[in-house]
Structure formats: C-alpha cells, structure tokens
Ligand binder design. Structure first.
Ligand code: MLT
Ligand code: ZN
Length: 465
C-alpha cells in the first residue's frame, strides 16, 4: 500500500509548479470532486487546472516525487465514480485545455486537447461535412479525455463502434513523467504493442490523456426512427433479427414500461403508442429514399403478423426523429433523483433473452421490494439495470442492499460469460467485483501494467484495480 501525501500537497505543488492554477475554494472542490454518482461525498484537497502539456508534466513530476494522488477529471458525467475524489486527492481538470489543434481533411482526423467537449467535436465534424459518431445523452458536457479513458459507448455503437474505434492517436503523460505519442494518426501500424489501446478504457489509472487524434467519417444518410411496442424478450430479439436483415440499422435500443413511465413523468411526454406494451424499442435506420421506408413498413407488417410487434410509429421528419429519441435518451436523467444504483451489464447478443429471464427471477427472489428499471443498447448486448432507492431508505442502507444484489447479479453475469461493465467502467463503485470480470491471472497482469506506467501509484488510486 502506498502512503499518499494529502496534507501539504497544495504547498508542494505551488512550489514546484508556480504557473499552475490550483484552486482550493469549497465550491470548486465540491463540484470537481465528483461525477454523476451520489454514493460518496467529494473531498479533494485542491483542483488543478493545467493549461498545457508542459504544465501537466510538471504537475505529474511533482505528484510522483511527493506521492500526491491525482484524480483525472473530464466533464464529470461518469456513472461509476471513476472521477470521484473523496480522500484528499488533487483533481486534475482539463477545463482549460480545450483547443482544437489540427484538422486534416485528407486523413479525416481532428486533433484536440483532452478538455474539448464531445458535442464540439461532433459540431466541428459537421461543419467540415464529416461526422463524429460517438453519441450519448451527456455529450454536451462530457470531454474527449474522459471518453477515451472510459472508452465511451452510447447509442450508435451498433454501426460505428466504441470510442476505441475512433481514436487514431493519443498523447499521454505517464506517471514516469514521459510524454508518449501513441500511433500518431496512422491507419496501419504493425510495429509491436499498440499502447494507445492500453490507455483507452484505463479509467485514468495509467496516465493522463492530454491530446487525442480522432477519426471522422462520412456524414450519415438521412435516417428515420421507429418506436415499437413488443410483448416479450423473445419477440424483441426476433424483431431485431428481422430489422437487421432488412434495414441498415444505426441504433437498436430498448426500455421497459417502467422506464417509459419515468421518462414520460420526468419530461412530460405523451403516450408514444396507443397500446400499452411491456417492452419498447427505438430502431434507427438509414432512409435516404422512399424505397427504404417501404422496406421498413413491409418489415414492420411481417413482425406484426408474427405477433412479435404489438404497435409502432415511424418518424416523418427530423423533428419527430428527435422527439422519439427523447423517450430513450431522457430515461437516465428522469430517474437520477432517486438516486438509482446503476448496473451496466453486457452479454453476447444471443444470450440476452436468457440473461434477462434469469435476472427477472433473481430480482423477484432477492429484492421484490425494490423498483428496477431496465433499458439499454440491446443491439450491442448492453443492458442498464437501475435499482431505485426507496424514498424512506437511508443512502448507506440502500448501498449495502445494492451490494448484496450486485454479488448475485455479477455471479450470474459471469456464469454466462458476460461483463459487469459494458460502458460505464469499473471506477470506484464496481471495483470490489473486478474478479467477476477478469481472472486472477488477468488482474495480476493489469496490476503489472499499472506498475510500469505509474510506478508511484499516483493515478486514480482506489479505482479499477
Ligand atoms: C444510457 O444508456 O442512457 C447511459 O449509459 C446512461 C445510463 O445508463 O443511465
Ligand atoms: Zn448506455
């Protein structure tokens, strides 16, 4: 166990990095010491706002020499406590590193500093008649450095993949004070270990991502969205199979009637369909001409005839596309006040019905007194299970009950070859169950890698490993 210096850390940093902006004001400590999780109180000793790679290097050199724990922080929209600083750490915010450094139309890449907001990259791409496909509800505040550190997913992974697939190069400051330039935007590079991929999804435990070169792609074709009502999970998977074969899907998302109840109440939305259904799907597909729409309607009819679909609507214009997406994208926010205990599970697509069936049985057995809200990126096998805190229950009691549920949920997930975190990361909250995601041998190797990049153990201690 490393002995960290938390008292006197700010003095040491002020001496070593006189140019660095270091804030100890209570409001900033409270806002920057947490992410969207609500199970730990923020208690950093300071928040550092470097404005250049040089300042990051100086900060890391001092922290490494003095054993000062650093918590990297982006847009603080994480859901696993990866950016929580609850033990006197120094938060490293990238709010002042928001420059777009390069755009190359031939390579179709953009190079940005870590603090650039995801939506700003999307917008930049759009103005160049290109597209940055990583998209999720918090894209208006999440930052690229955080996206890389958590390998952010979202609603269009089905078509475009995760953040990993978009990263053409990374500049990283390691715990040894070196600046690594990984892959430098190359498409092909068969020169040994690709360290870039170690940093993607490393949750700030190996180094600080300071710059990223991201691939942009062709703008999407005009699309349409169907909101569909389904009777059960087997039917839903048959609908997925049918639509995937007939249409060029860009997203295939699901939510339950309970999720619909909360999002309607939270956003004041009308009933999306006349028929009340247990499950709903949002399916988005390329629809540049009437031919694709005809194909979608024929597909829809076939699913209705098979009794897989109970009801459905299709968007007629871009405004309706956005309106239908609100039923899915608004769910997370609409239940955030409970707060929910979030589980972010994945299994192979073929095992989704079996998994959900067994999870339903488990929930009935171990927590019939809790409301559980399911939604997710079912086309990727990624299911978000949100356990809502009952109003009268103390947060600490709720957390310990949720831990008991996690034990059984993760054991079941592991038994069918799934993962305990599909896209939110292990962070602080899932760390006790890392052994449900990786074997002892894998964890030992991960620890070995951590020791190479961060020998003083200063990066995000207590997270992931
Ligand atoms: C989502 O899919 O809506 C996000 O991952 C956020 C969440 O799980 O609540
Ligand atoms: Zn998600």
């Amino acid at each position: 166990m490393v002995n960290f210096k938390t008292s006197g850390a700010t003095d040491a940093l002020r001496r070593a990095c006189p140019e660095l902006r270091l804030v100890t004001e209570a409001g900033v400590l409270a806002s920057h010491g947490r992410d969207w999780t609500r199970f730990r109180e923020p208690a950093p000793c300071a928040v550092a706002f470097p404005k250049s790679v040089q300042q990051v290097c100086e900060l890391v050199a001092c922290a490494s020499a003095e054993r000062i724990p650093l918590v990297p922080s982006g847009g603080r929209t994480g859901l696993s406590g990866g950016a929580v600083a609850a033990h006197g750490e120094v938060v490293v915010s990238f709010d002042r590193m928001r420059r777009v450094l390069d755009f190359d139309p031939i390579d179709r890449t953009v190079t940005v500093e870590a603090g650039v907001v995801t939506a700003a990259v999307q917008e930049l791409a759009r103005t160049r008649n290109l597209y940055y496909p990583v998209s999720f509800a918090s894209e208006g505040s999440s930052q690229i450095g955080g996206n890389v550190a958590t390998n952010a997913g979202g609603i269009r992974v089905l078509r475009y993949g995760l953040t990993r697939e978009q990263v053409a190069g990374l500049k990283v400051v390691t715990g040894r004070g070196e600046v690594l330039e990984c892959n430098r935007g190359l498409v092909k590079n068969a020169s040994g270990y690709d360290l870039r991929h170690l940093f993607i999804g490393s949750e700030g435990t190996l180094g600080l991502v300071v710059e990223a070169t991201l691939r942009l792609t062709d703008p999407p074709l005009p699309s349409k969205v169907m909101l569909l009502g389904v009777g059960g999970m087997d039917a839903l998977m048959n609908v997925f199979d049918t639509l995937r074969a007939d249409l060029a899907l860009t997203a295939f998302e699901f939510f339950t009637d309970r999720a619909l109840h909360y999002v309607r109440a939270g956003l004041g939305l009308p009933k999306p369909l006349d028929t009340a259904c247990p499950l709903y799907v949002i399916a988005e597909f390329d629809c540049p001409t009437g031919a694709e729409e005809d194909r979608a309607m024929a597909s829809f009819e076939r699913c209705v005839q098979q009794n897989w679909l109970l009801d459905g609507v299709i968007s007629q214009n871009d405004r309706q596309v956005a309106e239908l997406w609100r039923y899915r994208e608004g769910i997370s926010e609409s239940i955030s006040h409970f707060p929910p205990y979030k589980n972010d599970l994945s299994v192979t697509i073929s095992r989704v019905p079996e998994f959900l069936q067994r999870m339903d049985e488990l929930v009935d057995e171990i927590c019939p007194d809790f409301e559980v809200v399911w939604y997710g990126h079912i086309g990727d096998g990624n299911l978000h299970m949100n356990i809502l805190k009952p109003g009268a229950m103390e947060l600490s009691e709720f957390e310990s009950r949720s831990h008991e549920i996690s034990e059984k949920t993760y054991a079941l997930t592991q038994s069918i070859g799934g993962s305990i975190s599909a896209e939110h990361g292990i962070g602080l909250l899932k760390r006790p169950w890392l052994n449900r995601a990786h074997s002892a041998a894998e964890i030992e190797m991960m620890q070995g890698i951590k020791n190479v990049f961060d020998p003083a153990g200063i990066f995000n201690p207590g997270k992931l490993l």
